[in-house]
Ligand binder design. Structure first.
Ligand SMILES: [Zn+2]
Length: 147
């Protein structure tokens, strides 16, 4: 987690008894990998509700990524979505503030594809090996590599 990264904190003592909806964007996914670059923040729409000593959170998350296709190696953009983000926290009167940031970040990271593919039809890397009968390769047959 970067210093000064944004945080998504809910004060359970301020959540309306019928529940609240939190909507916004939080820049908290700081993956630094060669093939995975988040851009923008996590867009979230979460319903929060207090049940006794629990804060229940449910909703959806979205984060845009610049990814590298695991088949063809091209860059492409994709949006990682978590449609059913669900989590609960124990709360008490002394510590009604709940920090959702780490769990939101983790929800997005878990939803990332292990092998991103630019499209279902991606043909993969073009075969670079020579066709049989390619004249350039035939020409090599005539060379003598021996000392
Ligand atoms: Zn591809």
């Amino acid at each position: 987690m970067k210093d000064g990264a944004e945080r998504l904190v809910v004060d359970a003592s301020r959540v309306a008894s019928e529940g609240d909806v939190l909507e916004g964007e939080i820049d908290c996914v700081d993956i630094d990998e060669e093939f995975v670059h988040p851009f923008g923040g996590v867009r979230y729409r979460l319903e929060v509700k207090v049940f006794g000593t629990e804060l229940l959170v449910r909703g959806r998350l979205e984060q845009d990524f610049d990814l590298v296709c695991s088949r063809c190696g091209k860059d492409f953009d994709d949006t990682v979505k978590v449609e059913d983000f669900t989590i609960s926290y124990e709360i008490d009167e002394k510590s009604p503030e709940v920090d959702l940031t780490e769990d939101v970040r983790e929800g997005i990271i878990l939803a990332l594809p292990s092998f991103p593919v630019c499209s279902e039809e991606c043909p993969g890397v073009e075969q670079k090996s020579a066709e049989p009968g390619d004249e350039r390769w035939n020409a090599l047959d005539g060379l003598n590599f021996g000392g």
